[in-house]
Design a protein around this ligand. Structure first.
Ligand code: CMP
Length: 139
């Protein structure tokens, strides 16, 4: 089915000017960028977005990092977009990411791992709504 997923190009990647190269990977995989904006999150906004990880030891570091430089938040659309995006991103830890994936090519560490992508239809809907209004989403 055609799905939408929420993607974030993280501070380590925007600061290295990799937005275009990462977007090319999505487009080459058949994903369409149907909404996109570059924003600077506050630590509190990053904390709200990642609240499911609030009890993890890396939570504070994760929130600091996500607020350390601009991010590009985007909605990707396509056939099985959620799984396809996760495939294109590669494993969370770049050391485990398959060759050719975004994290294998660009990520610096498990924390500074260049991209985020929703993991399921319910979280995709929630995460899209966190960053985008209905008016910003065209067909
Ligand atoms: P992401 O898919 O954005 O979802 C949660 C993020 O937490 C994850 O990518 C990683 O960047 C980050 N993360 C996971 N494990 C660790 C860790 N051990 N140390 C720092 N950050 C982590």
């Amino acid at each position: 089915a055609t799905e939408r997923t929420l993607s974030i190009i993280k501070p380590d990647a925007t600061s290295r000017n990799l937005t275009g190269k990462i977007n090319a990977k999505f487009e080459e995989a058949g994903l369409r960028i149907v909404a996109q904006k570059r924003i600077l999150l506050t630590k509190a906004q990053a904390g709200e977005f990642y609240k499911v990880h609030a009890e993890r030891p890396f939570y504070d570091e994760l929130c600091e990092f996500m607020a350390s430089a601009p991010v590009v938040v985007q909605v990707l659309e396509g056939e099985n977009a959620i799984a396809k995006n996760r495939e294109v991103m590669g494993a969370t830890n770049p050391a485990d990411a398959a060759e050719g994936t975004i994290r294998a090519e660009f990520a610096q560490s498990v924390g500074e791992n260049s991209v985020h992508g929703s993991d399921a239809p319910e979280t995709a809907a929630e995460e899209i709504a966190y960053y985008f209004s209905g008016l910003e989403l065209v067909g």
